[in-house]
Design a protein around this ligand. Structure first.
Ligand code: MLZ
Length: 265
């Protein structure tokens, strides 16, 4: 019988520490999520970030919204926090003198965009401005250290938030390693990424934190204390960095569709 994942026990078992909340670009108390499925807003196209598009909320998960760009397919959904600067109320773009753009991969003929825009906005339920929260400011320096635990978005499966460990730190970048997955999902990101959260975040937002994979490594200290290593395999000689050195600089491309971001639901 698989026990429910519990950070307190897990930190003890692995002999590790949680990254302090002040290291993260996240509000100390997660913002409330007042959005509802079906509401529309403006969002930067993740595949073409200079474009501001119309998006529809197609799902709610903790403090995040599952978004789909109007005129796009259902294979390129993306997730944003309600306090992300990537989203704004409808009307914001025009107020700033900008023009709403069709999403990359607009499914119709480009010439039909103006009429499509009129129709998609006609009678739409627009998310009220008060639902959008101000993005937290960047923490001043990168204060992450190797070995600290956190919760992080799995960029290959962005609907998932999973237990992770800081595997390396280089300047303003941190290497996010996913506990128990042998490097398959690891990535580098900036220390002020909106995709990384302090331990306990999902518990506070009501998001479902995934359990670690099956190959969680223990420190020497905690391995000795461990009496029944049923779910936890000792793997003290392999550092997280060793398992994926080639990942350095291989940042997720924002220029092309991944096709990996959809989830059946
Ligand atoms: N079911 C998928 C998801 C793995 C998610 C890992 N997250 C760090 C798989 O097994 O590949």
């Amino acid at each position: 019988v698989k026990k429910h994942f519990n950070w307190e026990n897990y930190l003890k078992e692995t002999g590790s520490l949680a990254a302090p909340p002040h290291c993260f670009r996240q509000s100390r108390i997660p913002p409330s999520n007042d959005f509802r499925v079906g509401m529309k807003l403006e969002a930067h196209d993740p595949r073409n970030v200079t474009s501001v598009c119309i998006a529809t909320v197609v799902g709610i998960t903790g403090a995040r919204l599952r978004l789909r760009l109007d005129g796009s397919d259902n294979k390129n959904d993306f997730w944003r926090l309600v306090d992300s600067s990537d989203i704004q109320p409808i009307g914001t773009c025009e107020k700033k003198g900008g023009m709403l753009q069709p999403p990359l991969g607009f499914q119709m003929n480009a010439s039909s965009w103006p009429m499509f825009l009129l129709r998609t906005l006609n009678g739409a339920e627009m998310a009220p401005a008060a639902f959008f929260k101000k993005e937290p400011t960047k923490p001043a320096p990168n204060c992450f250290r190797v070995g600290m635990k956190l919760e992080a978005v799995d960029k290959k499966n962005p609907y998932l938030i999973c237990p992770a460990t800081i595997g390396d730190v280089k300047g303003d970048e941190v290497f996010i390693t996913f506990d128990g997955w042998r490097g398959a999902f690891d990535y580098w990101c900036r220390y002020d990424s909106r995709d990384i959260f302090p331990v306990g975040w999902c518990g506070l937002t009501g998001d479902a934190l995934q359990p670690p994979g099956n190959n969680v490594s223990l420190t020497k200290r905690s391995a000795k204390a461990q009496t029944s290593p049923s779910k936890v395999t000792q793997r003290p000689m392999q550092s997280p960095q060793k398992s994926a050195p080639a990942q350095r600089g291989r940042k997720p491309s924002r220029g092309k569709p991944t096709g990996q971001s959809s989830v059946p639901q």
